[in-house]
Design a protein around this ligand. Structure first.
Ligand code: PGA
Length: 260
């Protein structure tokens, strides 16, 4: 029995090249999702310059808008940064934080902590990414994920937990075509839930969704969802293919509908 309705988020990363292409991708995604009633929450995270146009194309918010990053300050002399008030003013309702590609570009746990604090204050949902670089036979990856999570979740008030989504994204699976097995994903989900329960108490598990990301495709989505028992997906490459993205959404949705 699932406790959450699914959440599927498409992270477009630094794609597509132009606003015109972004418009086409968004409209094709909308078409691929179709008109059938779904219980799955869907969002896409386009590059910043495209957000306000995507908001215009989705007045019903059937496809929510997510941002790929944020800066924790609200306004001022911070060249190149984008704030939460700016994101909210163009319809953003969730922000991806601590994606491994940003961590690789130098983002630290301390910055991620500040971003999360600012996101919680703003009322937006934080999609916090955690994941190990590589797997070894000693299970050190659990310690890595635990350290990332404990740092990210510090000082979050219990009352705001429904704004928290955790995405398990093993770095070795991102964009490589090698996804984690459903068993490994399930094991990590239970581990993440244990950390959440340790910090906030067992009822917190019902409030916090755990997603999986890393080479999710139409061909592995069913297994990752059903046996990995995740609450949804954070999808990179496959979200740029609207037909495939739509199929993944419907796989999650059909399964969730038959199990709620
Ligand atoms: P991928 O990316 O689906 O292309 O592996 C996932 C992500 O980076 O969130």
């Amino acid at each position: 029995m699932k406790t959450h309705t699914p959440l599927v988020v498409g992270n477009w990363k630094m794609n597509p090249a132009t606003l015109g292409d972004a418009r086409k991708l968004f409209l094709a995604t909308r078409k691929a999702i179709g008109r059938k009633k779904i219980i799955t929450q869907v969002a896409v995270a386009p590059p910043f310059p495209f957000l306000s146009e995507m908001e215009r194309l989705s007045p019903s918010q059937r496809i929510g808008l997510s941002a790929q990053d944020v800066f924790f300050e609200s306004i001022g002399a911070h060249t190149g940064e984008v704030s939460l008030p700016m994101l909210k003013s163009v319809g953003v309702t969730s922000v991806i934080v601590g994606h491994s590609e940003r961590r690789a570009a130098g983002e630290t746990d301390a910055e991620i902590y500040k971003d999360i604090q600012a996101i919680f204050k703003s009322g937006v949902t934080a999609i916090v990414c955690v994941g190990e670089q590589a797997r070894d036979s000693h299970g050190n990856y659990f310690g890595i994920v635990e350290a990332q999570l404990r740092s990210a979740l510090r000082d979050i008030p219990k009352s705001k937990l429904s704004q928290l989504v955790i995405a398990y994204e093993p770095v070795w699976a991102i964009g490589t075509g090698k996804h984690a097995t459903a068993e490994d994903v399930h094991e990590m989900k239970l581990f993440i839930q244990k950390i959440v329960a340790d910090q906030f108490g067992r009822p917190a598990i019902k409030k916090v969704r755990v997603l999986y990301g890393g080479s999710v495709k139409e061909t592995n989505a069913q297994e990752l969802f059903e046996d990995g028992r995740v609450d949804g997906f954070l999808i990179g490459g496959a979200s740029l293919n609207p037909v495939e993205f739509g199929k993944i959404i419907h796989i999650a949705d059909d399964y969730a509908k038959s199990n709620l």
